[in-house]
Design a protein around this ligand. Structure first.
Ligand SMILES: [Zn+2]
Length: 400
């Protein structure tokens, strides 16, 4: 039993003043009349806005260069240029997945900025084998009290085109990866039917959900997506598949797109977008209107793929708002939903949210509204993870 904590004098998004009682890492009570437990701690929230801990729905913490000297990017423009450049760089640079994933997850980064749940894709290939995965396992273990981390075993260099990768993915899942990743079955593996079959067979064998990177554009992407949906249906994997990026859904004729969206909704496949400014993106509000869970993530942060990115989900929410031209307060709240409730739902993080019984993952910010929090991205006044105060006034507390 840990001491109970009363977080008093905070406001919900609708302006309602409340206090939150926390016991054993959970929200025990939330409301206007909640009192402190005898002997419990009290923390005055100063009238700040109360938000649920943020959810990073898609990143790559094993490959970040965060906190290191500047990586000079002279990489070619094709996806395959970036893949082979990175593989070579990681082999020769001394880059360490354990140190780097911890740096990005913790210090001056995700946890400090209010992220309490995170899904990260970790490269599995025939050069590195499970080395990066072991590094991220170590970070997950170190931060298990404060960061709920899902690990996706991700064949970044392709699966069928690199014999031995399927077996390594199986070993990764057996070793504790939570989700099976995949990558462009047509344009990287060159055989979408065989590639998707191998992916779904692996998922079935290890009883794991799937999160596939699908960058394939237009009609190629639509073709792959149809094959994928066929397999979700045939294998009964409803609500267990995420399609990350799904650029094709931003560039198809309306009728074809809407037919795909209907099937995606029906099969409860979720979509992830990083809302990139330079690529077509799935239609956010239309997806939501059709009942599809669509959520947000940073994708890579400061790595050999891209020099951009900050491990702050309020910033990602702002970029989502800008990409989708969200201006009204209620629309910007949708952008925030993409990095909170929708992401928790899409990734399958349980016990999430601002309700009794949920894990006490809470963020306080000085903002009048969710929209203002997204736009101004104020320093986090307080971050609680699992019921513990982990950051105060934008700095990690010593105990973390
Ligand atoms: Zn990615």
């Amino acid at each position: 039993m840990t001491r109970s904590l009363l977080l008093s004098n905070v406001r919900l998004a609708d302006g309602q003043p409340v206090s939150v009682s926390i016991a054993d890492g959970r929200i025990a009570a939330l409301g206007a009349q909640v009192e402190a437990q005898p002997g419990g701690l009290v923390e005055d929230g100063g009238g700040a806005l109360l938000l649920p801990g943020f959810v990073e729905g898609h990143t790559h913490i094993d490959k970040t260069n965060w906190g290191q000297s500047w990586y000079r990017n002279e990489v070619g423009p094709a996806l395959t240029d970036r893949i082979s450049n990175e593989r070579e760089w990681r082999k020769t640079s001394g880059h360490d997945a354990a140190t780097q994933s911890l740096a990005l997850a913790l210090a001056r980064a995700f946890v400090q900025a209010g992220t309490t749940r995170l899904r990260t894709h970790v490269d599995i290939d025939t050069d590195a084998r499970l080395r990066y995965l072991d590094g991220v396992f170590s970070t997950r273990q170190t931060l298990s009290d404060v960061l709920d981390m899902q690990i996706v075993a991700f064949p970044q260099s392709g699966m069928l085109i690199r014999p031995g990768t399927v077996e390594l993915l199986g070993s990764a899942l057996a070793a504790g990866a939570d989700v099976l990743g995949a990558l462009d079955p047509a344009l990287i593996d060159g055989d979408p039917v065989a590639s998707l079959n191998a992916t779904f067979e692996l998922a079935e064998r290890y009883h794991k959900p799937i999160d596939i990177h699908l960058h394939e554009p237009g009609e190629v992407g639509a073709f792959t997506l149809k094959l994928l949906l066929d397999r979700v249906e045939a294998m009964g994997m409803q609500a267990q598949v995420v399609v990350s990026h799904a650029f094709c859904l931003g560039a198809l004729p309306e009728r074809e797109r809407d037919a795909l969206l209907e099937r995606i909704a029906h099969l409860r496949v979720a979509l992830l977008t990083s809302a990139p400014p330079s690529r077509p993106v799935p239609p956010l509000k239309l997806c939501r209107d059709k009942g599809i869970t669509i959520f947000g993530g940073n994708d890579g942060i400061r790595d050999t793929w891209s020099p951009y990115g900050v491990p702050d989900m309020l910033e990602r929410a702002m970029l989502i708002g800008m990409r989708y031209d969200l201006r009204r307060d209620d629309d910007i709240a949708i952008a925030f939903d993409c990095v909170s409730n929708a992401a928790a739902q899409g990734c399958g993080f349980s016990d999430y949210g601002l309700h009794v019984g949920a894990r006490a993952d809470l963020v306080l910010v000085d903002a009048q509204s969710v929209a203002q929090a997204v736009v101004s991205r104020p320093k986090r006044r307080l971050v609680l993870a699992n019921g513990r105060i982990v950051a105060r006034n934008g700095e990690l507390v010593d105990a973390v």
